[in-house]
Design a protein around this ligand. Structure first.
Ligand code: NDP
Length: 434
């Protein structure tokens, strides 16, 4: 705490992992040697830089840019770039820390990193967004590379922004590899990458339900958020026969008792991805009820998929969901449930998957994009989707292996944390004190 003042999100993420791995380390004391834990809590490198750019009125704007290169123990740093006014060192350090364990869980050779800026893309013209992206990577490009650090998208950074950044990196580096994942299909992107985080979250929920003899088919599902992860979580949940009754954004929640249809999802995608509009606009267009200023967690559902942002579901929300009979919670976002909310779910026996397990499909598919780029090949949709499903099954299996409690039930929190930790720690021990 003294080493990281004013970094509550980072401390929250560290506390959650430490609580899980401590009993394991007590049984396997070699992991307490060689300063392993102290080293694991300290990012290998944290880069902070000025981003100056000119807005449409000709005024100079200054934002802050970051890249946290947390761990390269098992491969090049890998993790997204977030553009949101809330971005700060604490949030990016928590995300890079989580990413390190998540990437280990995918079984692919990727270290952990995260970056971003406090730039707010809302209300900015396409020209302003492009100039900001170019200014941002004109510093970042010297720190990244396909064998060093491979960024991708996150909140506020979708295909359009990745394209702008990749294009500028190509120009500056005189290399065609463009470094980023989540690229457009014509220049090295992978099929299924846009869908992967949302699909993977639903695949993981299905695995948890299947393990207890159930299925998502016919269940009521609440999704929060309405961005990349939320949209494809809605799509896959619908395809699996679930009834999705909510989506949201920071303005409020759309509640639709009739459930989503492919036609309604197309409207949501049009509003969010092309018009850069709000969930309120979407609700108006499809005739759903919009409730301003509330989150989706008071709507009775069987399955909750938080897909917006960190700490968007607190202990009261969790208690309300439990009271209404929720059986499964799979996180599409990173750390959307507060530590207290997680305790409520776990003590009520809800199947609860932390983001580092259930949303790992996105980065896993980024790993598959890197493989395709390295081989100069493109796999089909079916091929990538099959690999994604196999990876999500593998993560579920790892959680069972490391998360089984004495009474036979499973803590997916402990399972994911310990499984990720063991892989990273073994690599660090093998590589000596560096
Ligand atoms: P998008 O920018 O596409 O969508 C973000 C959504 O979350 C929007 O609906 C946004 O609403 C909402 N949101 C963001 N910040 C807040 C906030 N402070 N309060 C309330 N709502 C908020 O991002 P993604 O879908 O890509 O990311 C969503 C989550 O998933 C993040 O936690 C991200 O780290 C995680 N994730 C993403 C992956 C990916 O592949 N994209 C991979 C793994 C995890 P509004 O428009 O009102 O801000």
């Amino acid at each position: 705490q003294e080493r990281n003042p004013g970094q509550p999100e980072f401390l929250q993420a560290v506390a959650e992992v430490m609580e899980s791995i401590w009993p394991y380390i007590a049984e396997h004391p070699r992991y307490a040697e060689h300063g392993l834990l102290d080293r694991l809590l300290e990012p290998e490198r944290a880069i902070l830089f000025r981003v100056s750019w000119v807005d449409d009125k000709g005024e100079v704007r200054v934002n802050r840019g970051y890249r946290i290169q947390h761990s390269s123990a098992i491969g090049p740093y890998k993790g997204g770039i977030r553009f949101h006014p809330s971005v700060n060192l604490s949030i990016l350090k928590f995300l890079a820390f989580e990413q390190t364990f998540k990437n280990a869980l995918t079984t692919l050779p990727m270290g952990g990193g995260k970056g971003g800026s406090d730039f707010d893309p809302k209300g900015r013209s396409p020209g302003e967004v492009m100039r900001f992206c170019q200014a941002f990577v004109s510093e970042l490009y010297r720190h990244i590379g396909s064998d060093t650090d491979v960024p991708a998208g996150d909140i506020g950074v979708g295909g359009r922004e990745v394209g702008f950044m990749a294009g500028m990196v190509k120009k500056l580096s005189n290399r065609a590899d463009c470094v980023f994942t989540g690229k457009g299909l014509p220049f090295g992107g992978s099929l299924i990458r846009p869908e992967a985080t949302g699909y993977g979250t639903v695949y993981f929920a299905e695995e948890m339900l299947r393990h207890t003899g159930r299925s998502i088919e016919g269940l009521r599902v609440a999704v929060s958020g309405s961005g990349n992860v939320a949209q494809y979580a809605v799509e896959k949940a619908m395809a699996c026969g679930a009834r999705v009754v909510t989506v949201s954004d920071s303005g409020g929640t759309a509640i639709d008792e009739d459930g989503f249809t492919p036609e309604k999802l197309a409207v949501l995608m049009e509003v969010k991805n092309h018009l850069y509009g709000r969930v309120r606009d979407y609700a108006e267009r499809v005739g759903a009820r919009f409730v301003a200023g509330v989150r989706p967690w008071r709507v009775p559902v069987d399955v909750a998929l938080p897909c917006a942002t960190q700490n968007e579901l607190d202990a009261d929300d969790a208690a309300a969901l439990v009271k209404q009979g929720v059986v499964c919670v799979a996180e599409g976002a990173n750390m959307p449930s507060t530590a207290e909310a997680v305790k409520v779910f776990e003590s009520a026996g809800v199947l609860y998957a932390p983001g580092k397990a259930s949303n790992a499909g996105g980065v896993a598919t980024s790993g598959l994009e890197m493989s395709q780029n390295a081989m100069r090949l493109s796999w089909t949709r079916e091929e990538v989707d099959a690999r994604l499903q196999e990876i999500m099954r593998g993560i579920h299996h790892a959680c069972l292996q490391y998360g089984r409690r004495a009474d036979g039930s499973v803590s997916y929190v402990d399972g994911a944390n310990v499984a990720g930790f063991v892989k990273v720690a073994d690599a660090m021990l093998a590589q000596g004190v560096v």
